[in-house]
Write a protein that binds this ligand. Structure first.
Ligand code: ZN
Length: 132
């Protein structure tokens, strides 16, 4: 289960809508599946079909997360034209079995669909998002 503050969930959705139709991406910092801070990241791919985090920016954020005593709880990104489910590319690029992969589908921009998954060696498991 991933616990997300209402404020952070809204921030994620706002970021995804802003980048539409390109995919937006970001890092969730927290502890024990509880998100404490959301980092909006740059999609270096600038693509409507994929995302790739800028390596320098990712390094900087990872350091900041460590320094604040948190962990990388997850990664989020948006899908402009497909559902809130990991693509085969997403599965290939899922290098952190402990992390939550949050996907926001903007097929209906007025009703974004947000879901969270664990991806471990190609196996996709959906997990509940608890908004607090
Ligand atoms: Zn994706």
């Amino acid at each position: 289960m991933l616990t997300l503050k209402r404020y952070d969930r809204d921030k994620i959705i706002k970021h995804c809508v802003k980048e539409f139709p390109n995919e937006a991406c970001g890092i969730l910092a927290g502890r024990n599946g509880k998100v404490e801070k959301v980092y909006e990241m740059t999609n270096a791919d600038k693509s409507a079909a994929t995302f790739f985090m800028d390596a320098k920016e990712q390094f900087k954020v990872a350091k900041e997360i460590r320094n604040s005593g948190l962990e990388m709880a997850g990664i989020y990104h948006s899908h402009a034209a497909s559902g809130a489910y990991p693509s085969s590319h997403d599965v290939e690029m899922a290098f952190y079995p402990e992390a939550s992969y949050v996907i926001i589908s903007l097929i209906d921009k007025n009703k974004p669909d947000i879901k969270s998954f664990k991806i471990n060696e190609g196996r996709i498991t959906e997990e509940e998002i608890k908004v607090v």
